[in-house]
Design a protein around this ligand. Structure first.
Ligand code: NAD
Length: 243
């Protein structure tokens, strides 16, 4: 039976591209989405039409109880979860002095606790099978730090620390844990940044363009593949050379 992949934030952007890339590679896919119901349903239709064994689940990744219920449903439906892609995330551009306690808590609730939640529910199952693969989506700002995105950068740096520590603990159980740290990728997340600011940033990228969602999805699928089995605890920077 083909491996099952669970992808959070799978209805749009990088997550959606990863869903499609896994489907094209023959995986069974469980897609987690929060708000974009119409997009998620369209994606579900597309996957079914393409013959992919798949299911969509609405879930707020920041809720421990909701993620628990969804993981239970996924394990009942697919029998196992071989690969987990923690992709759901939020960002915000603000001066540090304008960041409220709520902004801070929301950022960590989705970007870090969301990753913890899905790991908490699925890792025991992976340990018992002595096999698994976890791919967390960080950011170049988690590696480098970004001005006016202190809370975002800190949450994404936390994801890197989490990944490295978990990889050490789970290696003996046959579970790989890695991070992908994307650069500037052309998605809704960057809409807030004006055209001129985006252009100035891209001018600094050695490869002279924004990344596409496929640029990231391809690396995620590679990390999940058998060919990447000796890679764990790593941060794979996919940023056109800027970091
Ligand atoms: P996006 O905004 O299009 O996608 C984010 C996804 O996360 C959406 O599907 C959204 O519904 C989901 N999400 C947000 N909060 C959620 C919650 N509480 N519960 C469930 N799902 C939730 O942006 P994207 O660019 O595709 O981002 C995907 C990941 O890549 C994020 O973790 C982001 O931080 C990271 N990233 C993006 C860039 C970039 O330039 N676009 C760069 C570095 C890292």
């Amino acid at each position: 039976m083909n491996d099952t992949v669970v992808i959070t934030g799978g209805s749009r952007g990088i997550g959606r591209a990863a869903v499609k890339a896994f489907a094209a590679a023959g995986y069974r896919v469980a897609v987690i989405y929060k708000n974009a119901e119409k997009q998620a349903e369209e994606l579900a239709e597309e996957l079914k039409a393409g013959g992919t064994d798949s299911e969509i689940y609405r879930c707020d990744v920041s809720s421990y109880s909701e993620t628990g219920l969804v993981c239970k449903k996924i394990l009942e439906r697919f029998g196992r979860a071989d690969i987990l892609v923690n992709n759901a995330g939020i960002s915000q551009i603000k001066l540090f002095t304008d960041i409220t306690e709520q902004d801070w808590d929301d950022m960590f609730a989705v970007n870090m606790k969301g990753t913890f939640n899905f790991c908490s529910w699925l890792i025991p199952h992976m340990i018992s099978r002595k096999s698994g693969n976890i791919i967390n989506i960080s950011s170049m700002w988690g590696v480098e730090g970004a001005s006016c995105e202190v809370h975002y950068s800190a949450s994404k740096a936390a994801v890197i620390g989490f990944t490295k520590a978990l990889a050490k603990e789970l290696g003996p159980s046959g579970i790989n844990v890695n991070c992908v740290a994307p650069g500037f990728i052309d998605t809704d997340m960057n809409k807030e940044l004006g055209g001129e600011a985006a252009k100035m940033f891209i001018d600094e990228v050695p490869l002279q363009r924004a990344g596409s969602v496929e640029d990231i999805a391809n690396v995620i699928v590679f990390l999940a593949s058998k060919g990447a089995k000796y890679i764990t605890g790593q941060v794979i920077n996919v940023n056109g050379g800027i970091v």
